[in-house]
Ligand binder design. Sequence first.
Ligand code: PLP
Length: 424
Amino acid sequence: MSESVHGTSTSTPSLKAEPKKTADQLWAERAKQVFTPNYAPAELVIDRGEGCYVWDLEGRRYLDLVAGIAVSALGHHHPKLVAAIQAQAEKVLHTSNLYLNQPSIELAERLVRHSFGQRVFFCNSGAEANEAAIKLARRYAYTRGETERVKIYSFDKSFHGRTMGALTATAQPKYHEGFRPLPEGFGYLTMDLAAVEAAIDHHTAAVIIEPVQGEGGVRVPPPGFLAALRKICTAKGALLIFDEVQIGLGRSGAMFGYQLEGVAPDIMSLAKGLGGGLPIGAIVTTDAIAPALNVGSHGTTFGGNPMACAAGLAVFDVLESPGFLERVRATGLAFEAGLRAIAQTHGGVSEVRGRGLLLGMALTKDAGFEAKDVVKACRDLGVLVHVAGPDVVRLLPPLILGPAELAEGLSAIDRAFAGLRGRA
Ligand SMILES: Cc1ncc(COP(=O)(O)O)c(C=O)c1O
């Protein structure tokens, strides 16, 4: 029982007063009581955001170099995004796909205008977009009479989501544990062209790959790999799916990651940055492939939701504005150079890698600390960074990151490494 602060208690006063819990800690305790325990959140309740900064309940400010895991592409409280959402909320929130709505048609037109494709299917998340891609690939073969062409290949260390199909495509055993039996018809490859060439055959419906792996450690495929994979898929009649859920929509410095390599897929999955913070996913495909999703073959109640699509249009307005993607590219290069300088000064880093504003610092085995220790040290310095596995620090800031914010972020990462290396 707590003691009275007015001195009426007769119990012996404790010698050392308990430190008072912060509002964030109190809410974190409440969260622990009600949520399933599958996340391990920091004791940080984000109360509001502005640009590249967020504030906790105690009013402490953090520079956000995570952007809600590549979602808040325009940062927080972007006036165009807020205005678009407000205006749409005044009109209609939801229509279902029994009827049409203008924002979804316009957003599909934008995706088509900027990509290899001509057809769009909307859903609500990255995993759902990959489910749609996998289903489309199988059904495309089926509608062509190739009923044995069912196999979906993915690559070592990939991440495609947590629903059963996307989970099975995710080639990381730790995510499969305890969820068997997994759906049939999936296979796993390494980025070795001879092995890929040998595996893909008339049973292969599609190969799915992230043009830059995100969760799996911010890994860029070897030079020329995507082009060679494209050739093999075309030659063997298998579809090529690019999972651009994390790297797509400007994060690479191009509108889509595949554009950096000049290699187009047959199907592309998108989510995260597309709604700038509202849940939305999509696949883009071609006129030739899309008819396989004929009436009734696939669907989702919220797909093409007008609120999420209005947000998507505001995201596109910003991404399309003159010089925006060039600035992302320049900021990405400056960020990468800054991380390399930190690696050189302090050591403990085997590689700085990534594209645009999806960057990773891979730690050496003998660094003396893990990626999560860098996350904690940076948070204590008022900067949010993330991990990609135990030994990669991941940086994926809002695409609007400016030079002063970049300098602030690099300085905190530098101090975090100095502290951890000193301790190691
Ligand atoms: C490349 C990639 N694909 C798919 C997903 C799954 O997206 P969601 O969490 O929206 O289902 C993610 C999420 O991190 C991702 O990075």
